[in-house]
Design a protein around this ligand. Structure first.
Ligand SMILES: *Cc1c(COP(=O)(O)O)cnc(C)c1O
Ligand SMILES: [Zn+2]
Length: 500
């Protein structure tokens, strides 16, 4: 729709201008730093940072009702920069000029209602939000679109020379970073650091295909993260892990979209997200808080974080009921099918602690929960989800298993509605589906496939056939007739078909 077709009172708001005043604020000592350069930790105390808009009053002045209208009208607007996560421009990074924003098709992923069979299994209505339908097939693109748009702006504004962007990854961050960096190849190159053998072949193929330098090292993600942090401290590189708080801002769009897709009524919803490095749950909490404080939504949803028992430091932290006695202890991870979340020392833990406190306080009741699930529950849930029309990855399965746990624990009432983050596409994690279907899990996973859920291809070889078609060697007309007849009969036998 063209600008002059929108209602007159909406037109001035459709194409936003950079009116924000953003600063980094330290989670440890509350010091603030300006954003003219990339910063990952506090120069004073070393803690992680979050970005704040000191011109928030400009947003709050507009009022919730108006914002809802603006976002709903922007749905009909064809402007490249505002087609993705920047539909919510003012709430994400209102300092980036629209012509610096990179849009590769991220965001606005479908919210798919679970079918009756799945609802009955869980005892609750729920939806999957399929973030596997982002351009690099995971939610990481939301944050990357923001971080790379910011770097694009910074590079052109500050006349920076060539930039090397770098990240450690359990697979999806590198796929996303490499994709967005490749779009900006004139001044930005990317290098990704992966734990050898601990990303899937599909995930490995992604940064290779995007032309990134791919470095594999021994160890697990936590080890890669420490090395990449040391690189970012000592060398001139742009860190693209979620320690980079521009990523968090983009990922808040996940919450904004949920709010908009439920017509801004989220008080009866429970959003379920797997926790790895904890950037995602940080963003989900922060996003809903922003919408609440500015009146876009008038109630906060519950949020359930899920961890595998093979990588559960956040769950363990919240096991202590007395908040004053809580003490964060990293864990050594064990192999997990939720490999993208197999992290023992989440970088965003200080952000989670701070935001969860603020969230519960703002809501006036407990709204943040963390549950733990077994590897078995993750795999069973993933397979069952996908046998009911979904495209859930192992972490999506973890969300479904987590929803079930939260219901059993009484955190959610049956009248409430679940919204599960399916964080990546199932195809990225097909190796785990193969292990399940072929019963080839090593003992370290503790997964015993349910035989009734297994599915493997059937080879069709009718006994009476001696010749088959093959490349370059066509069958004679008679041989072909025989081939089709015998094949048809054999397949009808296998499928138990009734003759017409
Ligand atoms: C990164 C990732 C996670 C974990 O998200 P965090 O922000 O690290 O907590 C979960 N699932 C998938 C598919 C991921 O790529
Ligand atoms: Zn500090």
């Amino acid at each position: 729709m063209e600008i002059n077709q929108f209602p007159e009172d909406i037109r001035p708001y459709l194409l936003p201008e950079p009116r924000g005043l953003m600063v980094y604020r330290c989670l440890g000592c509350a010091r603030e730093f300006d954003i003219t350069r990339l910063l990952y930790t506090c120069a004073e105390c070393g803690s992680v940072l979050l970005l704040h808009d000191k011109n928030k009053h400009l947003i709050n002045g507009v009022g919730g009702k108006k914002w809802r209208e603006i976002f709903d009208y922007r749905r009909m607007l064809n402007h490249n920069a505002l087609k993705g996560v920047f539909r919510y421009y003012e709430f994400i990074a209102p300092i980036i000029p629209l012509d610096r924003i990179i849009y590769l098709g991220e965001g606005h992923t479908p919210l798919v209602e679970a079918n009756n069979r799945l609802k009955e299994r869980v005892g609750l209505d729920f939806y999957f939000k399929n973030d596997g339908l982002n351009p690099s097939a995971s939610f990481k693109d939301r944050g990357m679109a923001c971080a790379l748009s910011y770097i694009n702006y910074l590079a052109k504004n500050e006349h920076m020379g060539k930039i090397l962007a770098i990240c450690a990854s359990t697979g999806d961050t590198s796929a996303s970073a490499a994709l967005y960096a490749s779009y900006l190849e004139d001044f930005l190159k990317s290098a990704v650091l992966l734990p050898q053998g601990k990303v899937t072949p599909q995930q490995l193929s992604q940064p290779l295909g995007s032309g990134a330098r791919v470095l594999e090292m021994p160890g697990v993600f936590d080890d890669c993260m420490e090395v990449v942090e040391s690189l970012a401290e000592n060398y001139d590189v742009a860190l693209l892990n979620s320690k980079n708080s521009w990523r968090i801002l983009g990922q808040e769009s996940f919450s904004f979209e949920i709010a908009q897709d439920f017509d801004y009524e989220v008080g009866d919803k429970t959003v379920v997200v797997p926790i790895g490095n904890a950037g995602n749950i940080t963003a989900v909490m922060s996003g809903f808080l922003k919408f609440y404080k500015s009146g876009v939504i008038d109630r906060l949803p519950k949020i359930v974080g899920v961890q595998s028992e093979h990588a559960d430091p956040v769950y363990r932290y919240y096991q202590e009921k007395d908040s004053f006695r809580r003490n964060f202890v990293p864990v050594t991870v064990r192999p997990s099918v939720a490999q993208a979340a197999m992290i023992g020392n989440p970088v965003s833990m200080p952000r989670v602690i701070e935001l969860a406190k603020e969230y519960d306080k703002t809501a006036g009741e407990r709204k943040i929960f963390v549950v733990q699930v077994s590897e078995q529950e993750i795999m069973d849930s993933m397979v069952v989800a996908n046998r009911n029309g979904n495209i859930a990855c192992t972490q999506g399965g973890e969300s479904l298993a987590g929803l079930q746990k939260a219901v059993e624990a009484g955190y959610i009432k049956s009248s409430e509605v679940g919204v599960l983050d399916s964080t990546a596409h199932v195809l990225k994690f097909s190796v785990f589906q193969d292990m399940y279907f072929n019963n080839t899990f090593g003992p370290e996973f503790n997964v015993i496939p349910k035989p009734e859920l297994a599915n493997t291809p059937v080879q069709v070889h009718p006994k009476g056939l001696s010749r088959y078609p093959s490349t370059g060697q066509p069958l004679s007309e008679d041989e072909m007739k025989t081939f089709i007849r015998e094949m048809t009969a054999e397949i009808a036998r296998i499928l138990n078909l009734e003759k017409r």
